[in-house]
Design a protein around this ligand. Structure first.
Ligand code: GLN
Length: 194
């Protein structure tokens, strides 16, 4: 299975390694035409504003909009911001693939990076495996609201930190930085289904 990782900026190498470890062929995506050759795409963490500028420069925005209408995408942290419908603090363009409102850099400066252990929602456990999950947050956003069609698979307290809508997944934490492979397994499962 060929899976792309948007590789303009940010934490793309760790995602590629994780996908390869799980048996997928990971492709570093930098140009629009590469989207035609992959079954799914990861939008990694980094800086969503920088990614937006680079996407514009590489003329990736329109091919990406088409891609999210056709194939599964996993967005982590900045990638989740790019997938959201509404972005605040400040507002900026996004792909609108998941019906959620997300606030950038929402933990404030004191607590802007942390590792927290969360207990998965039942649906996540049923589709992967049970047990607590360590979530790494780096200048992370907070998902402020989701529409009824969005499933929350993980929460940190009241806040959704992993959500799913249709073929897409978005996590506000860096699942590629721990040894827990469950989120990428879930994603590859979706890619396998098309
Ligand atoms: N703060 C970044 C943004 O707003 C996201 C941080 C990250 O991806 N680790 O885009």
């Amino acid at each position: 299975m060929r899976v792309g990782v948007l590789s303009l900026q940010g934490d793309f190498e760790a995602h590629s390694r994780r996908l390869s470890d799980l048996g997928a062929e990971a492709v570093e995506v930098r140009y629009g035409h590469q989207l035609e050759e992959i079954g799914g795409l990861v939008l990694p963490g980094g800086e969503s504003t920088t990614n937006l500028i680079l996407m514009e420069e590489e003329r990736l925005w329109e091919p990406l909009q088409r891609f999210v209408g056709q194939r599964p995408v996993l967005g982590t942290c900045a990638g989740a911001i790019l997938l959201a419908r509404d972005v605040s603090n400040p507002s900026q363009p996004s792909l609108g693939a998941i019906a959620m409102s997300i606030e950038r850099n929402a933990y404030g400066r004191q607590a802007d990076s942390s590792i927290r252990t969360v207990e998965p929602e039942r649906e996540f456990t049923e589709r992967t495996r049970g047990g607590p999950l360590e979530a790494v947050f780096i200048r992370a956003p907070i998902i402020r609201s989701v529409d009824p069609g969005v499933t929350v698979l993980l929460r940190d307290g009241p806040d959704p930190i992993l959500v799913e809508q249709g073929r897409h997944l978005a996590a506000t934490f860096h699942a590629e930085l721990t040894t827990d492979t469950r989120l990428h397994e879930l994603f590859l499962d979706k890619v396998g289904r098309g």
